[in-house]
Design a protein around this ligand. Structure first.
Ligand SMILES: CC(C)(COP(=O)(O)OP(=O)(O)OC[C@H]1O[C@@H](n2cnc3c(N)ncnc32)[C@H](O)[C@@H]1OP(=O)(O)O)[C@@H](O)C(=O)NCCC(=O)NCCS
Length: 153
């Protein structure tokens, strides 16, 4: 759950612009159309009220946000990992696993017995490395087939 360089902290008012920029860069890492990615990022809510109140956490390296995740509080014992994004130049440096493990612990602390998430197709191998298993298929907001994965807590 810890990382040698990054500090994981709750989001704070004012983080929104950086989170928007980071999320677009991270999604575009897989080669998706830049305009489509930008349009999608604009639909995300990074209002100060949400950054203050919801379960959003960032990986912060010397004051710069380089990754983030969100845990949706449990419904019927299931938490959802709704976001996990790493700045491209930080990919492969164990930040994804640090944020994922943080999310796992946070879900446990919130009383969940299970964590679920929709996996970006290019990230399925990462989640399997984290112990996740394939639960079912779904269709993304872009109309693509996506795998819903889960981890028993
Ligand atoms: C997927 C993502 C979160 C992984 O984060 P990361 O910081 O690069 O991952 P880590 O460095 O912690 O890697 C942990 C382990 O998973 C493996 N791994 C990482 N990405 C992988 C991938 N895409 N496929 C298969 N294995 C992967 C690593 O090799 C490492 O294995 P090891 O422990 O045997 O050395 C990151 O690549 C990312 O943000 N991608 C773009 C956005 C994205 O796809 N987000 C997920 C949305 S559902």
């Amino acid at each position: 759950m810890s990382h040698p360089t990054a500090r994981i902290r709750h989001t704070a008012p004012g983080d929104g612009a950086r989170l928007k920029e980071l999320t677009a860069a991270s999604k575009a890492h897989w080669g998706y159309d830049a305009a489509r990615v930008r349009g999608w990022v604009e639909t995300l809510d990074f209002s100060d009220a949400r950054l203050r109140a919801d379960e959003l956490y960032v990986a912060d390296v010397a004051g710069r946000v380089v990754g983030w995740c969100e845990v949706i509080p449990p419904l019927d014992g299931v938490c959802v990992l709704d976001h996990l994004w790493i700045e491209p130049e930080w990919i492969g440096r164990e930040l994804g696993s640090a944020l994922f493990q943080f999310g796992v612990q946070r879900a446990r602390d919130l009383g969940a017995g299970m964590l679920e998430w929709e996996s970006e197709p290019n990230a399925v191998g990462f989640y399997e490395r984290m112990g996740g298993r394939r639960l079912r298929e779904t269709t993304s907001e872009w109309g693509r087939p996506l795998t819903v994965m889960g981890l028993d807590l």
